[in-house]
Ligand binder design. Structure first.
Ligand SMILES: Cc1cc2nc3c(=O)[nH]c(=O)nc-3n(C[C@H](O)[C@H](O)[C@H](O)COP(=O)(O)OP(=O)(O)OC[C@H]3O[C@@H](n4cnc5c(N)ncnc54)[C@H](O)[C@@H]3O)c2cc1C
Length: 384
């Protein structure tokens, strides 16, 4: 069979996973990144079974999680310290938390090993359904498969009329790494809620822990950088020792939701945040992108008609993605919109519902999904 070519726009996590998997399945792959350098900011990332199985399949698992903490429990606690949810993880239902930079570097290194060509300072402005990319400098390229992975604010998505709507949400998020201190917990994520405010403590790696803060978008002090530590101490007095260690700066994001009219047109497929950005409440957006990429690569490889394969791929993957996106939205709604005068009722409600099997299955459906084409490793770095 003739060597098939794939051109990918965007060397973020989704684009790099796609590059790895396609190259591994025998495609000639080139990935275009608009930035001059491949660089990742300082934060951690939750990797669930679905994401970890993807990394195992493409051979990036060991280096991606070499320094990650293994999480045994994800807890939500209210302003009074009451545990509202406890979501356990173990060796067959894993949650690992590496620094993002480790994951990113592992994907780059593995892509190079798989023979992927990485082109930096290459800015795409559009895609052609017959299989092509148009660049800002006026040049064009063609391929059997074009993968659009240029993030939530995708410019290329619009060239195939993919965008249905973008919802900028009512919350902002700030991410940072802080220095570890003696006595810090190593295996439990603790998510503190106070009204619509959230402080999420994540054990991450030796010497560093990861903090995620979210605040209502109209609260100026909450979204301020440098971070207003006195405000956060006021909201979360029991986390004062963490807050004193906050950095002056951090990565600030609007928590955005993206829905597409379609994920494909002809030979062009949209993946990752460009296709389905969601608020990070479940820590599953990138993991969901990974399972979609695994299915895309398998179906495109096994088909001799790419447009048909992309149509079937979208049909197959939409429902799991919509589910995760909906749950992520719902979770954020309960956090951000519940009336402040009824916090005890919210605590009672979350505490009761989180113990049901229905909740467990719904919250974790994406996280536990086995990616198409998963290849189990013969030996695995044990983290639990
Ligand atoms: C606060 C927060 C916490 C999160 N935590 C988690 C978590 O714990 N677990 C999880 O699974 N997910 C998490 N997510 C979501 C996850 O970070 C994203 O889903 C993931 O990073 C998206 O990757 P991507 O490659 O699709 O997009 P991006 O990361 O946005 O990458 C897009 C790439 O394309 C490049 N690019 C853009 N435009 C062009 C162009 N025109 N031409 C060429 N290149 C271009 C960009 O420079 C970039 O490198 C979180 C998100 C947020 C906001």
């Amino acid at each position: 069979m003739k060597l098939r070519t794939a051109e990918i726009v965007g060397a973020g996590l989704s684009g790099l996973v796609a590059a790895n998997r396609l190259a591994q399945l025998g495609w000639k792959v080139r990935i275009h990144e608009r930035n001059a350098e491949l660089r990742m900011f300082g934060a951690g990332i939750w990797l669930w079974e679905s994401g970890l199985k993807t990394l195992e399949t493409i051979g990036a698992y060991d280096s991606a999680v070499a320094n990650a903490r293994a999480i045994k429990d994800w807890q939500i606690r209210d302003g009074k310290g009451r545990i509202l949810m406890s979501r356990r993880a173990d060796d067959s239902d894993r949650l690992l938390l590496p620094p993002r930079a480790d994951l990113y570097q592992a994907l780059i290194d593995q892509a190079i090993k798989h023979g992927v060509e990485i082109v930096t300072s290459s800015v795409a402005i559009g895609a052609k359904p017959e299989g092509g990319i148009i660049f800002e400098d006026g040049s064009e390229t063609s391929a059997d498969l074009v993968v659009v992975a240029d993030g939530a604010y995708s410019r290329v998505r619009e060239s195939i009329l993919g965008t249905k709507w973008m919802d900028f949400g009512a919350q902002v998020g700030i991410r940072m790494l802080i220095d570890e201190q003696e006595g810090d917990i190593h295996d439990t994520l603790i998510e503190y809620w106070n009204g619509p405010w959230r402080l999420l403590y994540n054990p991450c790696t030796d010497g560093k822990n990861y903090i995620f803060l979210s605040a209502p978008v109209d609260e100026e002090r909450g979204r301020k950088i440098p971070i207003d530590k006195s405000l956060w101490i006021e909201k979360f007095p029991h986390a004062e020792s963490l807050i004193h260690r906050f950095q002056e700066s951090g990565r600030w994001d609007r928590l955005v939701n993206v829905k597409c009219r379609k994920w494909h047109e002809g030979r062009v497929a949209i993946i990752g945040d460009a296709a389905h950005a969601m608020p990070p409440n479940l820590g599953q957006a990138a993991n969901t992108a990974f399972i979609n990429v695994m299915a895309l690569a398998k179906m495109a490889t096994e088909s001799d008609h790419i447009p048909d394969a992309l149509r079937q791929w979208e049909q197959q993957q939409r429902s799991i993605t919509n589910h995760v996106q909906w749950w992520s939205y719902l979770y954020g709604y309960v956090l951000g919109n519940w009336p402040t005068s009824l916090q005890t009722l919210r605590s009672d409600f979350v505490s009761a519902i989180s113990k049901t099997e229905w909740f467990d299955e719904s919250l974790n459906r994406g996280a536990r999904h086995v990616p198409a084409g998963y290849v189990a490793p013969t030996a695995r770095l044990t983290k639990y």
